[in-house]
Write a protein that binds this ligand. Structure first.
Ligand code: C2O
Ligand code: CU
Length: 439
């Protein structure tokens, strides 16, 4: 039956992919390479995927499988984790938990069953404080089954680098200073590897701008003052109510998708993308509107999601698990970042039942930042410092500020062992990681 159908489609010249959705196969080669920063008239040695900084943007349609062959050409072991993607646990890319490290010269094939459309990213999960910092990261987009008529779909991967005057990457990672503070903050900020790039748009255009914080430790609070826009997705998933982007905090790991309409009369104008998280605001990039006749603005409503993890489920539920976040003596670096006073891999782990609502409290006893990330799950923020604070969206990473206590709610949906850790890489490398077993 299928055979004869196939023959008919071939005869008609009809792409068979229209039937089932094509599975894509692609290759990622982590290797040493070089990148041009505008500060130096020579190249800076980096580590990259396929020789690109950032790595290639991988794309696939919801409902298809993306196969990624990793060929490790680095001089050390690595792995690839698909941040935010809910996939088969064996494909999650965490050495020691879901797979063995991919040794130099070895290959590993990831089969990613793409279920949920949205903005995700990928990075190593081994010696991450160094490997991410040297340039290993990239964006992964899962496209909607039905394409939305944006006039442009733009990706901005934010990153920062600590560069020395000689044009090399500062080669000491997880230093005492990084560990005592909020990790390694760089002195050069890039968008897609470029310093202060300009995005060209036309009046009347409606663009989807996907912003990903891929930095090791730096937190951004971006603003694009003057442009009519709203946040339509957080950490990959559609929000239930659109809201303003200004002041939205993007900690390492977080993503937002913006729906921006360029006004018809904005021809010739420049809008600054500015970071206001630190005391000194600085410009990260620009959107420049061509001085030309306006294009017709596409009219449609982006998807909204109401049903993700209804907050009401958690109302009467006691907190299932509390993780205290603080520094202790010990570990690989002498300074350990602990969850309940224990360091990975000797962690205070959790065991949850599939389908059962769980309330987790992250209680930050320290004065540092801890963007806490959970693999294989999305959660709702329910409470901040004892006050109800229900966000109109779900996340996979939440910033827990100094001395802050945040309660989140989640419903484990995927079996396996999923790690949960601080996304400041130095903190994670210093032990701030645990795991959640779902069965
Ligand atoms: Cu960006 Cu363990 O993840
Ligand atoms: Cu931390």
């Amino acid at each position: 039956m299928f055979r004869s159908l196939l023959v008919i489609f071939l005869l008609l010249g009809f792409p068979i992919s229209a039937l089932a959705g094509t599975d894509n196969r692609t290759q990622l080669i982590p290797k040493e390479g070089a990148h041009q920063f505008p500060y130096f008239d020579y190249l800076t040695p980096v580590w990259s995927y396929n020789g690109q900084v950032p790595g290639p943007t991988l794309r696939g349609k919801a409902g298809t499988t993306l196969i990624v062959d990793v060929d490790n050409q680095l001089r050390e072991a690595t792995s690839v984790h698909w941040h935010g993607l809910r996939i088969d646990n064996a494909m999650d890319g965490v050495p020691g938990v879901t797979q063995d490290p991919i040794e130099p010269g070895e290959r590993f094939t990831y089969r990613l069953r793409l279920e949920e459309a949205g903005t995700y990213w990928y990075h190593p999960h081994l010696n991450a404080g160094e490997q991410l910092e040297r340039g290993l990261k990239g964006v992964l987009i899962v496209d909607e089954r039905k394409k939305l008529p944006w006039s442009q779909d733009v990706v901005w991967l934010l990153d920062d680098w600590r560069l020395r005057k000689d044009g090399t990457i500062y080669p000491y990672f997880n230093t005492r200073h990084d560990l005592m503070h909020d990790g390694r903050w760089g002195n050069a900020i890039t968008i897609n590897g470029k310093v202060k790039p300009t995005l060209m748009v036309s009046p009347g255009e409606r663009i989807r701008l996907r912003i990903i914080n891929g930095a090791n430790a730096r937190v951004f609070a971006g603003s694009l003052a003057g442009l009519p826009m709203q946040v339509i997705a957080v950490d990959g998933r559609p929000v239930s109510t659109f809201f303003a982007f200004d002041h939205f905090v993007l900690s390492p790991g977080n993503r937002v998708d913006l729906d921006i309409t360029i006004p018809d009369d904005a021809g010739g104008r420049i809008f600054q993308f500015e970071d206001r998280f630190t005391r000194r605001p600085h410009i990260l990039g620009r959107i420049k509107v061509k001085d030309e006749k306006p294009l017709k603005t596409p009219q449609f409503t982006p998807p909204k999601a109401k049903g993700f993890i209804p907050a009401a489920i958690f109302e009467k539920l006691p907190v299932t698990k509390t993780w205290d976040l603080n520094a202790i003596r010990g570990g690989r670096f002498g300074i350990g970042w602990a969850m309940n006073h224990r360091l990975w891999p000797d962690a205070d782990k959790a065991l949850f039942k599939i389908g059962q609502p769980i309330k987790i409290r992250f209680a930050n006893s320290s004065t540092r930042l801890h963007p806490m990330h959970i693999h294989g799950a999305f959660f709702r923020v329910l409470e901040i410092n004892g006050q109800p604070e229900v966000e109109p969206f779900t996340r996979d990473t939440v910033l827990v500020g100094p001395r802050e206590s945040i309660v989140i709610g989640l419903i484990p949906e995927h079996k396996g062992v999923w790690v949960a850790h601080c996304h400041i890489q130095s903190h994670a490398d210093a032990g701030m990681m645990t795991s959640i077993k779902v069965d």
